[in-house]
Design a protein around this ligand. Structure first.
Ligand SMILES: Nc1ncnc2c1ncn2[C@@H]1O[C@H](COP(=O)(O)OP(=O)(O)OP(=O)(O)O)[C@@H](O)[C@H]1O
Ligand SMILES: [Mg+2]
Length: 251
């Protein structure tokens, strides 16, 4: 049997105020999957994904990445799993798009030639190279979100986790981020997306996990879950409401 890239067993997180964020989650994630983690507000999506790279620690239960416990292998885990947060502004640290993208490599003391090569490659791939000298604060929402992906991508993580990657983006911004995510998956990256609006990505995903009140209530192929989405508080794609199959947003 294939071994999972991420193995989660009986994972529970209770916050300091006694509120349960997630409860007894069991989940195996395999290389190459494209997973939508869906669920209404407060269902525990962010709490769960923050455990994937050790930003939150379990109150009980286990989480392993490549067979190694996250808590005792934090650096290794964070090289394997990159996380793109919901608000890209909070992640910006540098004055130019180039330097912002290079930040993680600079911390690793990567030599200048290698750094220039990797950053240029990644910025080209995310269609940001023409903006390399711009101040990140002046970018559009979609460009900022792609910049956040670029900063993660230079570290060559096997898994990229997105928390609500389309929030506050208009249609072109959503398409530009969607194109970037699709390309990452095509090139072999494992993708996990926490979202309550699943329409842009439902045709791309290989698996959909629905959370309710901190627990997994469904885990199946997106097509198998389609007709039941609204009973879990998730808006069904427009086509599905009209009795048709969902349409991909991009070719
Ligand atoms: N730091 C915290 N302290 C106490 N409770 C928290 C904390 N963070 C989250 N919670 C609670 O844990 C539950 C799960 O929250 P979480 O942010 O994981 O949900 P979510 O599915 O990501 O929601 P959203 O769709 O709004 O982003 C909620 O009831 C929330 O109020
Ligand atoms: Mg959230």
């Amino acid at each position: 049997m294939r071994s999972p890239l991420i193995h989660i067993a009986e994972l529970t997180h209770t916050f300091d105020d006694g509120k349960t964020g997630i409860k007894e989650i069991n989940l195996d994630i395999f290389p190459g999957e494209f997973i939508i983690l869906a669920g209404r507000n407060g269902s525990g999506k962010t709490t769960l994904i923050r455990h994937l790279n050790g930003l939150l620690h379990p109150s009980s239960g286990r989480i392993r990445v490549n067979g190694k416990p996250v808590s005792s292998h934090l650096l290794e885990t964070r090289k394997t799993i990159g996380m793109v947060f919901q608000d890209p502004d909070t992640q910006i640290v540098a004055d130019t798009v180039f330097d912002e993208t290079a930040f993680g490599l600079e911390n690793l003391k990567t030599d200048r030639n290698t750094l220039d090569r990797i950053v240029t490659q990644v910025l080209t791939r995310l269609d940001l190279i023409h903006l390399k000298d711009r101040n990140p604060a002046t970018l559009s929402g979609g460009e900022k979100r792609r910049l956040a992906i670029a900063g993660i991508l230079v570290m060559e993580p096997a898994v990229i986790v997105f928390d609500e990657p389309f929030s506050n983006l208009d249609y072109p911004g959503t398409l530009s981020v969607l194109a970037a995510i699709k390309n990452l998956h095509r090139s072999g990256q494992t993708i996990i997306i926490a979202a309550h609006d699943v329409e842009p990505i439902i045709c791309e995903a290989t698996r959909m996990i629905i959370m309710t009140d901190g627990q997994i209530s469904l885990d199946d192929s997106p097509m198998a879950i389609l007709c039941r989405l609204e009973s879990f508080g998730i808006k069904a794609p427009c086509a599905v409401k009209m009795g048709k199959p969902p349409q991909p947003w991009l070719d």
